[in-house]
Every structure is written in C-alpha cells, then in structure tokens.
Design a protein around this ligand. Structure first.
Ligand SMILES: [Zn+2]
Length: 85
C-alpha cells in the first residue's frame, strides 16, 4: 500500500471513493477508519485560507492554487473577502 496521500476525491484514510464506504456511517472498507477528505470548499484554493500565508506557505511550501488541504482535519478558514462590493 502506498503511503502517499492522493490529492483526489478519495478518502484520505483508505484512498477509496466515497461510494465505497458504508452508507450513512461512511466507515472505510477496512472498518477501522471513517471517510475523510481534504478537499476545500467549492471554488476556493489554499490562498483563500487564513492559514495559508502564515502556516502552509511558510511551513510546508504549499502552492496557492491547491484545492485540497495537507492538514487533517482540514483547517480551512476563509479569508475575509477582499472586495466586498
Ligand atoms: Zn475510507
């Protein structure tokens, strides 16, 4: 089993897609974990997150155009809108 975390819509615990998990409870096929994803909210990237500048970019050289988080659970917190109007 590759240890690499895939940046896809798969589960970060088992690598399988959501529909491979137990309905309702979303337990992984191995029964030891629960479905989890690192995806950011729709239409957002890492550069939209409060943690990006002071943590991700500096600490782990994250790219601003990423659409999934390296942290689990996802730490995404949306920045205040720069242009509200
Ligand atoms: Zn899983």
């Amino acid at each position: 089993m590759p240890a690499e975390v895939k940046l896809s819509r798969g589960c970060v615990r088992c690598g399988r897609s959501k529909d491979r998990h137990t309905p309702e409870t979303l337990v992984c096929p191995d029964g030891r974990s629960v479905y989890a994803t690192l995806e950011l909210p729709p239409n957002t990237t890492c550069s939209d997150c409060q943690h990006f500048k002071r943590t991700c970019e500096w600490l782990v050289s994250c790219q601003p155009d990423r659409t999934s988080c390296d942290w689990y659970p996802v730490r995404f917190i949306r920045l205040e809108a720069k242009n509200a109007h």
